[in-house]
Ligand binder design. Sequence first.
Ligand SMILES: C[S@@+](CC[C@H](N)C(=O)[O-])C[C@H]1O[C@@H](n2cnc3c(N)ncnc32)[C@H](O)[C@@H]1O
Length: 276
Amino acid sequence: MSAPDFEPRHLDTVKPSSARIYLHMITGEVIYEADLPFINQLYTAIPFYPKWARHNRAFLGRAVRHMASHGIRQFLDIGSGLPAGGNTHEVARELITDPRVVYVDNDEEAVNRARELLTRHQLGDTTAMVDADLRRPARILEHPETRRLLDFTQPIGLLLISVLPWITDEDDPAAVLTQLRNVMPPGSQIAMTHVSLEDAGPEIRSQVAAGASVFAEASTPVTLRTRRQFASFFDGWTLTEPGITYATDWHADNPTDIDADDDARRCNFAATATLS
Ligand SMILES: C[S@@+](CC[C@H](N)C(=O)[O-])C[C@H]1O[C@@H](n2cnc3c(N)ncnc32)[C@H](O)[C@@H]1O
């Protein structure tokens, strides 16, 4: 086997990472045995977590298809996570030839695995994995790989799928989003999801609160936000139909699949918007 032509980042395998946990919830894969006690604690606290994660991931796919079908040919996917199937470049390729995709994550394993995947599939001409932090958007925007692949005179699909809950209010998400929006060309689109308890019933509320405290103790703290706070993240953008809804419900492939009795679906807000 030939050596990879990228330099793997140092891995912190001691602290459970949101990226590894999320991958596990979608695929069942355990990357480090050391994560298992934490994963089991989360299963106990939030039994619906795997379903939530798969619904969130499915929204990502529908949002990318929606953007691609509206002429978007390049994507900036921040908090992209570990490659899990249905990655942005794969979904976009269903509809367009050679989409440009810049992935960004601050998780070592996500960076290493995505680089390995992109190298293995020889996708370096059209895709890149940038090791950067959403809290420092200038570093993302000025990164040589971002500048190499994205044309800031043409519409960009900006994806922030379930990454803002990992940004605290002290990190000033509004300022982060303003910096990103200010460089997006007209016609760009944004897609975001965000965990929330606002519409959830008491049982789901207590489960999510228990899960959030598991994260706070062992990993990165999660910030839950209200519908109004989530809506404010779209300031300066125009929401597309149907506005803010649940990830499951947003342009559902088959509306009859939406389970109105599934209270858990009400704890993940989703929306897309355009920039004029
Ligand atoms: C729940 S996963 C979502 C993955 C993917 N966006 C999806 O929806 O399928 C959240 C991801 O955000 C990343 N993340 C968390 N905080 C971040 C930050 N400050 N900057 C960049 N990435 C971050 C985590 O490492 C993780 O990969």
